[in-house]
Design a protein around this ligand. Sequence first.
Ligand code: DGT
Ligand code: CA
Ligand code: CA
Length: 575
Amino acid sequence: MPVHNAEIAAVFTEMADLLDLQQANPFRIRAYRNAARMVGEMGREVRAMVERGEDLTELPGIGDDLAGKMREIVDSGTCRALQKLQGELPPAITELLHVPGLGPKRVRMLWHELEVQTPEQVARAARDGRIRDLPGFGARTEANILQAIEAHLSKARRIKLATAAQYAGSLVTWLSATRGVSRVEVAGSYRRCRETVGDLDILVIAAADSPVMARFVAYDEVAEVLSQGSTRASVVLKSGLQVDLRVVDEASYGAALCYFTGSKAHNIALRRQAQELGLKLNEYGVFRGRERIAGADEESVYRALGLPFIAPELREDRGEIAAARAGRLPPLVQLAALRGDLHAHTTATDGHHTLEQMALAAKALGLSYLAITEHSRRLAMARGLDPRRLAEQCDEIDRLNPKLEGIVLLKGIEVDILEDGSLDLPDASLARLDLVIGAVHSRFDLPRVRQTERILRAMDNPYFTLLAHPTGRVIESREPYDVDMLRVIRHARQRGCFLELNAHPERLDLLDSHCIMAKEEGVLVAINSDAHAREDLAHLRLGIGQARRGWLAAADVLNTRPLPELRRLLAGARQ
Ligand code: DGT
Ligand code: CA
Ligand code: CA
């Protein structure tokens, strides 16, 4: 059974959760959490590294112990240390940790005092009013917990795009190697690059006698076969992810790809467009009467409807069909258009690689500049920089740059925006930098007006260049903070500064709708990796997907500019 990075990450996360409940050593817990994040997000499969006998301890934050456990998980799907921990605690208790507002301390209390172990039991205890009297709880907390649990229980499970990509990748490889299969493509929300996907929709072209269906349901990650026919089947993988497979013939492949890529709203709007032309559109083709006039590829389908090809990322019925009809579709930004990355960390704070290692990795990706933007001192957990350490890093960058060829390091900082909107470092420190990224890392709970004012005030600092991860959300785990994004964007326009689209798989904010807003208001967006290790630079690809969903062209993106022009723009943001 091929074990994916996401599963290794899941084992480490569960270990961290269980250790948390046991009040184990915080450093140990942190090590598992960091390893989970690193493995979950890295581009290469750990399994392949193990098979090739590569040294896992070369990975950031992985020592002998974790490397041994990773090999064990690759071999067996789990590890003994986890099984031991699972034996010591109630089976479903870690689920409670994923309810917003219930940390390990509270879960421990609920479990020890009320003997509740599952979300349902906690909800019952809250409804019975049994939680409010526990030390540190109270009636309001009880009501909040009940609300959070109800939301948690009703939430349909979606998975992050980057995680889905791992499952999709191996399955596509498996299906492609089947006799008689000439094409395999993942359609649905996955192809539209939505930040999360509900399930995978896979389309194949296969010869009539191809064993592709049998091979699909025999894939060793399949946990359950929901349905199986001659041209369609649905399964659930062990990870809980559902996969729908459709087998189509060559003549209708384009029409089927279009249909199953969706979105549903786009499909409906397309069908309306067909009807207006007296045509019929379905998953088999475009028809005039009985005659099929298009369908083999997507271009032909759109052409038959009088439209140019519409990129999958735009297919949400947000005006793309009217824009296509009018010849106003934007030339969407592509990964190759990025000339640099404006947000990265190193070993000076919570990153895993040195300045030079990061620079060389960026160069290897074809970038020509990389901004080093460590956290500032307020983020003590990440060993944020104070003025002295920042100055030292600047000196180091100045010494290093002349030795680097084909890549330039820019001097920056990811400075905390404090609660009153002031910045966590004095202007004298910021003055020496090429760019200043501001970010909110605390008080996510401020009311909308105050949160917005806080950010506007930060932007008014004369050295402020770029607002990092502008909503603060963490996909599927932390809601965005409440902020008036249109006001923020308009203020950025007025002030001459920029916004970031953070390409980290758990962040991906700006949201697509905010990108559209920024573009309309004429504010440039930087697509940044927020890399904490060399491997993370690969996340830029995800940021590009999101930017394309937000209708951004290369011209709308700050870091598509060559270095001299970028420098002029950064300097122009200073007041
Ligand atoms: P997901 O899986 O929730 O992330 O979102 P999708 O967009 O992948 O949706 P899914 O898997 O239910 O269906 C895949 C595509 O099939 C969808 O994007 C459009 C098409 N489709 C599904 N149901 C309908 C429908 O009732 N009408 C039309 N016109 N298209 C549909
Ligand atoms: Ca889907
Ligand atoms: Ca589906």
